[in-house]
Design a protein around this ligand. Structure first.
Ligand SMILES: C[S@@+](CC[C@H](N)C(=O)[O-])C[C@H]1O[C@@H](n2cnc3c(N)ncnc32)[C@H](O)[C@@H]1O
Length: 703
């Protein structure tokens, strides 16, 4: 349960940036239980429910919960649901690579990508899921440790002795790579010492935690090339790429398989080292990038941490030799392009652009006058088109067109300008919230002709509570005036099972301003409604959203479930059913360390636990952006129940949070969690609805 009456932590350099964007406060993580995003145990409120003639019985809901679930909090990554349903075969780059370079078994067999694999690290999960979960795990740890470091930094300002060193001079990679039998770190140790741009402790801890979880080892067999990764997938730091193993160096551009592979079965005829992946980050003045053809400069001889200029001649060793061998052996190489992206926490975004083949290499005098090695790489055919040029999407201010379409705001800005914009983007509405939200929500429609805006509802950023439903006024929040994490007496944290509550900075600001009720919009990031080909309207983001970020509340009209019983069809009903989740009916009770929380809430609500949900939110005629968010079998959002002004979990708020880093333009989705065949029509017949989420593990039907 997320209790959100507390106040946020004091300003911290990095988390403050997240906070400004409305991201939750991650810092208060329970060290005893290990890192977690935020308070856990949040009940899964049920999905928007389709009501056709009859409401599903509680027992059915229980079964439904066992089949499809709203995405659990991040630490449940390891317990994620087994996808038992049909898997879609995708044309991946691994398949493309297969044509030119036979895959050799070393943990991943050809074709295993699509199959549910069974091992101690990921029972029944396909590679896509595993990669996703690893990234979630990484984000959890990363954010946790970054904020730990910031806390130390804060403490250091007050008491310099208490602070540990933030900047460090250390050969970072040296500490992470395994030592040989002679104790050396031959081959992969960067020669330069450098000043960490990330907090040193954080990096080490991330690495150790990730390694301990054995996440790195499964993800990549270098010769299977890229199971679970699709062309166009993005990463928000080199560290992320290291965590999943797509490129195992923090700094070097060339990743390769070392000589140890020489003795492995199937590798006898290859020369080692063998290149597997390169990162193009634009550091080398000699690089040349024509998308499908690259001239890549070898590594070494430059000052990576200074002005990046070539200072000495390069030599044909390690990565350089590996690229030469890749040409000789004919093995494809993964190519990742990095570009500057302000919204990324590392300041860069890296895009996987598929497989290339080294077709030529030579040495020459570089622009700095020193010898450099050059490699010509050509992109393999049969792969999805390059996305790099498209991903350089920079958000400007949300355009506000003049539109005479109903429900839209009218602005006094240049008509010509906006009508032009309107035509290009097919903006059918500048702001579906009519100015209610802090960020306007434009709607685009490239599907219908003529394009029509979303209609048939009234926008409301807040939940409408009818007179006949009484909301209790037993505020149960803490009285913390500063950082909840520093208080042992925080009521919200206690109630949350010692995990710290979700706290919005807006709420804190409101409290600091002396206001009891803040005027926070129902969504906290720049979103856009857009018409999809097969799912009606959907929602996508204009910003990069970090994992754990609050996206929006699900608003509508609060109703008793008995009121909506028997209604013919309503795709926008959302049962508030937190206890069901807390009790563990959907598997949450297996989550390590959550017993305390569950037990305490059960004690409070024991008598209600067996009852069906009493209230629901009807967003059919009144609602906010959340009503447009579609279902996905592999969603990027998850749902939590939030208590803010009272303690009745039957009347908890329904909030959607980001489960992953979500890049601009990606559609937002959560798992509606329907049980198949659970929806019946007026005539008692089972109603089926095909799922068009397009996920690799799609269950093919919503219900
Ligand atoms: C809460 S509404 C979502 C917004 C809706 N698309 C709209 O246009 O207003 C739920 C309905 O959207 C459609 N929908 C959502 N996710 C879908 C999916 N993955 N595949 C097919 N239809 C979907 C279904 O009609 C569903 O009943």
């Amino acid at each position: 349960m997320v209790v959100s009456d507390a106040v946020a932590s004091p300003s911290r350099p990095r988390s403050a940036r997240y906070a400004e964007k409305g991201y939750p406060n991650y810092a208060e993580l329970d060290a005893r239980r290990g890192p977690r995003w935020r308070s856990d145990g949040g009940g899964r409120a049920k999905k928007p429910e389709v009501r056709r003639g009859r409401k599903r019985r509680r027992g059915e809901d229980v079964e439904a919960a066992a089949v499809g679930k709203v995405q659990p909090p991040i630490l449940q990554a390891e317990e994620a649901v087994t996808q038992e349903h049909g898997r879609k075969r995708r044309m991946t780059d691994a398949t493309a690579a297969d044509k030119v370079f036979p895959l050799i078994e070393d943990g991943i067999e050809d074709g295993e990508e699509e199959a549910a694999s069974t091992d101690e690290r990921g029972v029944g999960k396909n590679w896509r899921q595993r990669v996703k979960e690893t990234l979630r795990m990484f984000s959890t740890n990363y954010l946790h440790f970054v904020q730990e470091e910031q806390r130390r930094e804060e403490a250091g300002k007050q008491d310099p002795k208490a602070s540990r060193t933030i900047k460090c001079q250390m050969p970072l990679a040296k500490q992470h790579h395994k030592r040989g039998s002679d104790g050396s770190t031959r081959g992969r140790t960067p020669k330069v010492k450098h000043t960490c741009t990330y907090p040193a402790t954080a990096i080490h801890l991330i690495f150790f935690s990730v390694l301990q979880l054995d996440r790195v080892s499964y993800a990549w067999n270098t010769r299977s090339m890229s199971p679970g990764i699709d062309v166009g997938d993005q990463f928000y730091s080199r560290a992320e790429m290291v965590a999943i193993g797509i490129h195992s160096h923090w700094l070097n551009g060339i990743d390769y398989m070392g000589v140890k592979y020489r003795d492995k079965k199937g590798y006898e005829n290859f020369a080692f080292p063998l290149a597997t992946c390169i990162v193009l980050s634009g550091k080398y003045a000699d690089d040349f990038d024509k998308a499908n053809e690259i001239i890549y400069t070898g590594e070494g001889g430059n000052n990576l941490f200074g002005n990046c200029q070539q200072q000495t001649a390069q030599t044909l060793v390690r990565g350089n030799l590996a690229l030469k061998n890749s040409k000789d052996n004919g093995n494809p190489v993964r190519v990742i392009r990095g570009h500057v992206e302000k919204s990324s926490y590392s300041g860069k975004v890296y895009t996987y652009d598929g497989l290339y083949k080294v077709v030529d290499y030579w040495s020459e005098k570089g622009v700095e006058g020193h010898l450099v090695f050059k490699y010509r790489l050509k992109r393999l055919e049969g792969q999805p088109p390059l996305t790099t040029s498209q991903v350089l999407f920079t958000r400007g201010d949300v355009p506000m067109p003049i539109s005479e379409l109903p429900g839209c705001v009218t602005l006094s800005l240049s008509y010509q300008f906006y009508s032009l914009l309107f035509r290009i983007l097919r903006l059918v509405c500048g702001d579906i919230s009519n100015g209610q939200e802090n960020f306007p929500i434009p709607a685009t429609n490239l599907v219908d002709n003529p394009p029509v805006p979303p209609s048939g509802f009234v926008y409301s950023k807040s939940l409408k509570i009818p007179k006949h439903i009484n909301i209790p006024v037993d505020r149960i929040g803490c009285n913390c005036t500063g950082d909840c994490s520093t208080s042992d007496h925080c009521l919200c944290a206690k109630r949350n099972g010692t995990a710290l509550p979700y706290v919005s900075t807006q709420r804190k600001k409101a409290k600091q301003n002396g206001s009891k009720h803040n005027n926070v919009g129902s969504h906290l990031v720049n979103l856009q409604v857009f018409k999809t080909e097969s799912k009606g309207w959907g929602v996508r983001t204009w910003d990069t959203i970090l994992p754990g970020a609050l996206i929006c509340e699900y608003t509508g009209v609060l109703k008793r479930t008995t009121e909506v019983e028997g209604l013919l069809e309503n795709n926008y009903l959302f049962d508030i059913d937190c206890l069901q989740t807390i009790k563990g009916l959907d598997g949450r009770e297996q989550r390590a360390g959550s017993e305390l929380h569950i037990a305490s809430l059960h004690a409070e609500h024991e008598s209600e636990a067996s009852q069906a949900p009493e209230y629901c939110i009807d967003a059919g005629s009144v609602g906010n952006i959340a009503r447009f968010i579609n279902h996905s079998c592999q969603p990027n959002l998850f749902i939590q129940c939030v208590l803010s002004s009272h303690s009745n979990i039957k009347l908890a708020k329904i909030m959607l949070f980001a489960a992953d880093t979500i890049p601009p333009l990606q559609e937002l989705s959560y798992d509606y969690g329907y049980r198949l065949d659970s929806v019946t029509g007026a005539n008692g017949q089972i109603v089926k609805l095909a799922c068009h989420c397009g996920a690799a593990g799609c269950r093919k039907r919503l219900y």
